[in-house]
Design a protein around this ligand. Structure first.
Ligand code: KIV
Ligand code: ZN
Length: 510
């Protein structure tokens, strides 16, 4: 088991491996834009293209080399073929820090059926390609060699290791081990990486380059780091052939969470992901880890409760990171309301929308909101607020207010129905609320008021010109307290509406 002491080295292949799988590969200008994001993210090396692939890619390699100003290592890919290597060398000529990355497949299957060559021939090509690069590249340039299909080399790993020792003697300083097609267990691949690490001189950098055919590329890359690989290759958003490459952004966060000192500006992750998504025209999947629109959303009551209790903490009950770590807004951690959700979500959604509510009220109106969600699915905030208005400010029940008219400061006339029976009573007291309660008492409805609050409102908060809100608390014979609200343009009407909402809430409870 290798104890990893070296800092990870992020080698980005978005502009090469990611680009080669796009429906419309990027031109130079587009590559420049992404390159600038990669610089801000702080990757250590960028593979800028496959210079021999097309004039457009060659042009991008030269431009990015020119603008790199030594901020990052610029790497160009070349098959182990002299004309490709020459093109690659020419294309990165002006980069202050440059690398040529050459490769050949070494799995028995590929050597036999694709390359049509014997292992001996392949070994010779590999070594000669590196020697050729060494002879033609500036002294300051580095050489990276990749064993294409390394993940398929279980049967001939000794041959691979033997070849790599020769490749290193020929001048390669980085040995990259691709899982070109992900077919097997992560552990199988990682064990092979560890064997190569053990066999090669310790001043050689081991890289891994994992494709994501089985969806385990991030795991393979992360575990490879703990087994000797320092150079971690991948693409932003996991772009690449078929199911793509390792998503480098996920690797960065997984290592960070595991206590590794990650040499990236993690706060740039989200912005970089959005740019690459836009420019690749590949939308970010709703459930994409970390960056998906839904990746930090909570819908079940239990999760919502845990999420709220740990909202401002670095570690959250139901999230892998605080959204700010990768540059997402705090509200990326959001609560959505479905039939699986509960009172915490009701309380949070309504409070967050700027409306007054207590947890007790949230508990009371949750069943109605859940019922709506059972029929409609996830409820938009607007629908939740509509229900809130009905259930808090316009509670339906046996009591119906008809009129509340002032006779004098200490005398009001109250007209109402209870279960279709009409009442008209005058109440005497100290102000409208007292008068209303006194009238009700005379009609046979006596309630104990424990709390009263009058709140002046900004006109538009509760709509319909309401400028006054009354909040009252009734205490029931069983000592239970209920909160009720009323809103109106006039204080006295807000009072009486709060009382009637309260009466109907109590009636529903009985
Ligand atoms: O997937 C792969 O094997 C590659 C090599 C060229 C490194 O992309
Ligand atoms: Zn690849």
């Amino acid at each position: 088991m290798v104890i990893q002491k070296r800092q990870p080295f992020f080698y980005d292949t978005t502009l090469r491996d990611g680009n080669q799988a796009l429906k419309k590969p990027w031109n130079t200008q587009e590559k420049v834009e992404i390159f600038n994001h990669l610089l801000e993210l702080g990757v250590q090396a960028v593979e800028v293209g496959f210079a021999a692939a097309s004039d457009m890619d060659y042009d991008a390699c030269t431009t990015l080399s020119e603008i790199s100003e030594g901020k990052v290592i610029i790497s160009a890919l070349a098959r182990a073929v002299e004309k490709d290597i020459i093109k690659a060398i020419e294309s990165v000529q002006t980069a202050p820090k440059k690398r040529i990355h050459t490769f050949i497949a070494m799995s028995e299957f590929n050597m036999k059926y694709v390359l049509n060559k014997t292992p001996y021939e392949v070994q010779k090509i590999a070594v000669e390609a590196v020697e050729f690069t060494k002879r033609n590249l500036d002294k300051s340039g580095e050489i990276q060699f990749s064993v294409e299909h390394f993940g398929d080399c279980r049967e001939n790993l000794n041959f691979v290791i033997d070849t790599l020792k020769k490749v290193v003697r020929a001048g390669a300083t980085t040995i990259n081990l691709p899982n070109t097609v992900e077919r097997y267990r992560v552990k199988t691949f990682v064990d092979m990486v560890a064997k190569v690490y053990d066999a090669l001189p310790k001043d050689i950098t081991i890289g891994v380059h994992c494709h994501n055919d089985l969806g385990m590329a991030t795991a393979a890359t992360v575990e490879s780091y703990f087994n000797g690989a320092v150079q971690l290759e991948g693409c932003v958003n996991g772009l690449g052939e078929r199911a793509g490459n390792t998503n480098l952004l996920e690797v960065a966060v997984a290592l960070h969470n595991s206590g590794v000192d990650v040499p990236l500006n993690l706060g740039k992750i989200y912005e970089t992901a959005l740019t690459v998504s836009e420019m690749s025209k590949i939308p970010i999947y709703e459930k994409a880890p970390l960056i998906g629109p839904d990746a930090l959303a909570h819908r079940s009551g239990i999760h919502q409760d845990g999420a709220i209790k740990t909202k401002d903490m670095e570690k959250g009950a139901y999230r892998p990171i605080h959204p700010s770590l990768i540059g997402r807004k705090d509200d990326a951690e959001k609560l959505e309301f479905t039939s699986q959700s509960g009172k915490t979500a009701v309380f949070e959604i309504i409070s967050h929308a700027g409306y007054p509510i207590t947890l007790q009220e949230a508990v009371r109106i949750t069943p109605t909101i859940k019922e709506a969600a059972e029929k409609a699915g996830e409820l938009p905030t607007r629908n939740i607020i509509d229900i809130y208005f009905k259930e808090v400010f316009n509670v339906k029940g046996p009591f119906k207010l008809i009129a509340f008219d002032k006779i004098s400061d200490d005398k009001y006339n109250l007209k109402f129905n209870h279960n279709e029976q009409y009442y008209e009573v005058q109440g005497i007291g100290n102000g409208p609320l007292d008068c209303c309660l006194s009238a009700l008492k005379q009609a046979g409805f006596e309630y104990k008021l424990a709390h009263y609050q009058q709140i002046a409102l900004d006109e538009d908060i509760l709509g319909a010109g309401a400028t006054a809100m009354t909040v009252i608390k009734f205490v029931l014979p069983n000592e239970k307290a209920i909160i009720a609200r009323g809103k109106d343009e006039s204080t006295s009407n807000a009072n009486v509406k709060a009382v009637f909402n309260g009466l109907n809430i109590i009636a529903k409870m009985q």
